[in-house]
Design a protein around this ligand. Structure first.
Ligand code: PLP
Length: 383
């Protein structure tokens, strides 16, 4: 079989593709035109690299409503950011409340912390993935030191009731760590207004940055232990890790090309407007769900209403296996979509697809209606 004549990318929950043109230009421009190591030397290339990294920090902070850009620390990805918060804050005897819809980037650090005496409760969500905030409130104990919430499920696109959870966390005086890997850039987030204490994001999904960069917002008063110690370009005569942010958590040469690319991606989203991104994705999602409803033998998982959904859809089939459908979509139609458990076995357990996995179709702002129609036509043909 030859190469399919078309190429449609519907695996944006894994990583967005393509990126806006400004992102390619920013990475290329930095690497060819600047190239210095940020915050390390006094020459112009290093100073300019430092300025560009700070500009990216400001852009991401303003997009997410983070009051002080210096409290946003860059990491390799959301996984590292979540690990920094979880491993850095929790001590033996502490208790964590989370949900059954979390990604393994939360579940595995919690399992590892369990071996060091940190207990956790994963509150069971409904089969559509939605959390009942009252259940989360009931799971809080006098030892609870952290609440971890997946904002948008990478399996079903379920949007959790963040404001209710933030209110409960605030009333109980427990820091809330939001996993915004799938929501940052996709749905409006205002860290200040919502009272989010810690926010982990990744750069390469709906913020449209390159792979290899993410970050953690650390609210005032919180001081996780660093995951990593080393050179920061500051206080070089001292053997103690600096206390100032962001250096405390940014040891080693920064991924400046990635950070600058992330700044360009976040700037693109800010210019378009997150409300506009959301409304475009909801339009595509409505078309996708409407089309899927007309194909026999297809089950769509996740909330019934669009309001509780983002542009990620999990699908199972009466007479076909998701991996075989994904392989056919790729080889016959040139459509990229992901089958399996999506690094979130507990979420699949919750929605009842742990045995079969599901086909996940995930959108970005750069998808268009015609791609949805092509996918629906191909899917109907394959199954
Ligand atoms: C909900 C969620 N959290 C965390 C992550 C981890 O992101 P990364 O792989 O960029 O670290 C992902 C990645 O798919 C995710 O979907």
């Amino acid at each position: 079989m030859g190469e399919p004549s078309r190429s449609v990318y519907l695996d944006n929950a894994a990583t967005t593709f393509p990126k806006p043109e400004v992102v390619y230009e920013a990475v290329d421009g930095f690497m060819r035109g600047v190239g210095g190591s940020a915050g390390r030397s006094g020459h112009r290339r290093s100073v300019e690299a430092g300025r560009m990294v700070y500009a990216a920090r400001e852009t991401v902070a303003s997009l997410l409503g983070i009051p002080d850009p210096l409290r946003l620390v860059f990491t390799r990805n959301a996984t590292e950011a979540l690990n920094l918060a979880i491993q850095g804050l929790l001590k033996p005897g502490d208790h964590v409340v989370t949900t059954s819809m979390e990604h393994n980037s939360v579940m595995r650090p919690l399992a590892a912390a369990g071996k060091r005496g940190v207990a956790s409760t994963a509150v069971r969500c409904a089969p559509d993935g939605l959390l009942d905030p009252a259940d989360l409130e009931k799971a809080i104990t006098p030892s609870t030191r952290l609440i971890v919430l997946n904002h948008v499920s990478n399996v079903t696109g379920t949007v959790q009731p963040l404001e209710d959870v933030a209110r409960i966390a605030r009333a109980a005086g427990i820091p809330l760590l939001l996993d915004a890997a799938q929501s940052a850039g996709r749905i409006p987030i205002d860290v200040s207004a919502s009272g989010i204490d810690l926010l982990a994001f990744t750069g390469h999904k709906e913020l449209f940055g390159p792979q290899g960069v993410g970050g953690l917002y650390i609210g005032a008063g919180l001081e996780p232990e660093p995951l990593c110690y080393g050179g920061t370009g500051s206080r070089s005569s001292e053997l103690e890790q600096p206390g100032e942010l962001p250096e405390r958590y940014e040891s080693g040469t920064l991924n400046a090309p990635g950070i600058v690319g992330l700044g360009a991606g976040a700037g693109f989203v800010r210019t378009v407007g997150v409300d506009q991104v959301r409304s475009h994705e909801l339009g595509l999602l409505e078309r996708l769900l409407g089309g899927l409803a007309g194909i026999k033998g297809v089950t769509v998982h996740g909330p019934a209403g669009l309001r509780d959904r983002a542009g990620i859809v999990a699908i199972t089939f009466e007479d076909a296996q998701a991996p075989a459908v994904a392989a056919d979509l790729d080889s016959r139609c040139g459509i990229a979509a992901r089958a399996g458990l999506h690094c979130a076995p507990c979420a699949h357990q919750t929605i009842g697809t742990i045995e079969t996995g599901a086909l996940r179709v995930s959108l970005s702002y750069l998808n268009i209606e015609e791609e949805i129609d092509y996918f629906l036509e191909c899917l109907a043909g394959i199954i």
